[in-house]
Design a binder for this molecule. Sequence first.
Ligand code: ADP
Ligand code: MG
Length: 452
Amino acid sequence: MTTFQDLSLPSNLLENLHALGYKSPTPIQEQTIPLLREDKDIIAQAKTGSGKTLAFLLPLILKLDETEHFPQALIIAPTRELCEQIAGEANKLARYKKDVKVTTLYGGTSLTKQVASLEKGADILIGTPGRLLDHFSRETIHLGQIKTLILDEADRMLDMGFADDILKLVSNLPKQRQSILFSATYPENIDKLTKVILSNPQEVKIASKEKEVAIEEFVYAVDEKDKALLTTLKHFQPNLALVFCNTKVKTTEVSDMLNNKGFDVATMNGDLEQYERQEMLLQFANGSLPVLVATDLAARGLDIDGIDLVINYDTPMKTEDYTHRIGRTGRADKSGLAVTLCDEYGLRKLSEIKPELKAEKISTLSPNKNFYMQGEVATLCIDGGKKKKVRAGDILGTLCKDIGIDNKDIGKINVYATHSYVAIKRSVIKKAFNGLKNGKIKGKKLRVWWLG
Ligand code: ADP
Ligand code: MG
């Protein structure tokens, strides 16, 4: 097996990879990292959850010029959440370098704040096409020194109608640059983008071998979808379930239905404010709301640990959407389950997009009437984060030492620039909430909210 050492990486980077728990490169990393280090343009395709992010970030961070701060790399991705995820990974990976600045630029958040952050200097820009173009036209970003362009989930961006925005951005990049495309799926229409953007690209495709397929897929023919959804959840009894609907309205209806049946549910769709989208995702990922009902907004790229069941409440419209939706489970060599619930129309659709899948009767499932999905934990939001020098350890300290909460009753802690979130067992959350409200973190009084 190839190791990271075999890729002849500098020792401080190797140490950092070790600290981050990455033992050996995945096949896509093994194949693309050497090519990318040689500045080749590439189109890379590998299944969902196979570690594509690290594959494109590692060579990029290796090559960054640390002595100056100007945008050296541009990463374009279809959704805000994916930008955040890539930025998080980039920050972790770049820890071994002195001072790498990663800036995210997407809609739904204040332009002024983004401009202020850009003014401090940015090495890597990660954004959605629309907002990036917006900054470019206002001349708040300068693309003249970009050396590397990366398009993550490029085919999705085409679907979303971003081709023109992307081409406009690219036409303003230096001709001498490296261009890279990564995705799990490539439809034919991608050619028109690749011809213009990449020069003489090498194609790297990691075929998924039969035995590697970690996601088990089921299709059920159903009359009543709501009932079938409950049956599915109560039969498979997942820890974290992601339910996809085709429309925003439907996500709300299905969430309400599940809520009424005693499930703790998060909803994610494009109608929500950006902070709501982030809080929903966070409460799902930390187990406070163990079911997430979402549109295809959540289908691409999101890497949430522990999703063991993906359900298509609505049949997706395209093969690629199907692949990406179910790819939210079975990540990094874990196994997962995917269930598609089809009414008559859904069955017809599915026979077009996944003809190899055969429907079974939902009556073959044996639901446990008494199974519900309720968060053992709930989430508290604290109005202090990195900018106020709050760290996870500080929050933990206050909760354990000052308030007397047991370490085992405290779940995930997420610290962002201006806010932090902590998951706490519901049995003691009132005590934690009151304690934080009246107490101090790092000697500072901070405001606290109880989400959900
Ligand atoms: P993709 O973009 O291919 O869908 P991601 O880049 O999101 O997949 O990676 C999926 C998961 O695998 C992430 O949690 C990531 O941290 C993990 N991962 C990536 N590379 C490795 C590696 N070399 N060893 C172990 N885990 C890895
Ligand atoms: Mg990805």
